[in-house]
Design a binder for this molecule. Structure first.
Ligand code: SF4
Length: 286
């Protein structure tokens, strides 16, 4: 029987766990519950919550068009939201339960303060990501999102700038982008706002996948940090699969020579799914 080893850390990060636990706790109130965006990039969790009556407001336009039942509560996920969304929620008279991750809230505070001083804000990240959209909504002046080295090279801003990062951005890539911007002669105030939860999971996956004969990455298809874990693991270990739930392993076939099976999970994968996959793998007849 092959040894099964779980990467440490893996699975839910602090901010996502806090938000998901918050929704489950709120369910006991019996009130109409909404989340602004899916609470986590994990279809199993989101559909479980939907089955319990939680509704997802997909975007700003949907929010504007929603007629809330009396006593409705809207839960803000760890990614956070911009000030415009808080204003709409206030106008609609909804109670807001805010589970913006404190590490994301810190970025909101930084960009608000720095843009208030007249500095241009540069966010290194994905402009389409809800966290980045939320951060833009806290800037009181010009804001530019730079997603890669090419965009950094073509950056043209007049005046002083403050640079922050999307919390899940790759550390090495952030450093390279900052170097490019600095070489352009800007007087940049750089605040590295990358959260260590992502890097810690990537480092653990890197170490484990170097010695494993097979790797299982657990996470949702929409989760960018799960995709990154898969890239890291498959670069070191060709026998790597990505699954969302134990049943996805039905077709999983491995040679008898496999001695160590490594398991890792994205920051949006709950503990119970990790345990179910471990249990399933223990039951596979290799
Ligand atoms: S990855 Fe970091 S910043 Fe993002 S929710 Fe988790 S703990 Fe918060």
């Amino acid at each position: 029987m092959a040894e099964i080893r779980l990467a440490d850390p893996s699975g839910f990060c602090f901010g996502v766990k806090r938000a998901v636990d918050g929704v489950y706790e709120k369910l006991s109130s019996g009130r109409p519950i909404y989340t602004y965006g899916p609470i986590v990039h994990n279809e199993t969790v989101v559909s479980d919550l939907e089955n319990r009556g939680v509704k997802v407001i997909e975007d700003k336009e949907t929010l504007i068009g929603t007629d809330f039942e009396p006593d409705s509560c809207v839960i803000i996920r760890a990614h956070g939201i911009g000030r415009d969304i808080y204003s709409i929620l206030e106008e609609k008279g909804c109670e807001v339960d805010d589970f913006t991750c404190p590490f994301v809230k810190r970025i909101h505070d930084i960009v608000l303060e720095e843009s208030g001083k007249g500095r241009n804000i540069v966010i290194v990240g994905n402009p389409a990501h809800p966290e980045v959209i939320g951060i833009c909504g806290w800037c009181d002046g010009p804001v530019t999102v730079v997603r890669d080295e090419k965009e950094a090279e073509s950056l043209e801003i007049s005046g002083e700038i403050t640079i922050v990062a999307q919390t899940t951005f790759q550390h090495k890539k952030f450093t390279q982008i900052v170097e490019i911007i600095n070489e352009k002669g800007y007087n940049a105030n750089v605040v590295n706002t990358i959260c260590s939860a992502t890097k810690d999971r990537q480092d653990a996956a890197e170490v484990l996948s170097r010695s494993a004969d097979a790797m299982i990455v657990i996470g949702g298809s929409a989760s960018s940090n799960t995709r990154r874990l898969y890239e890291i693991a498959s670069a070191n270990c060709p026998n790597t699969v990505c699954v969302q739930k134990p049943e996805d392993l039905k077709e999983y076939k491995l040679p008898e020579s496999v001695k160590l099976i490594g398991i890792t999970a994205g920051a949006s994968t709950p503990q119970n799914i990790i345990e179910e996959v471990q249990k399933y793998v223990r039951g596979i007849d290799f």
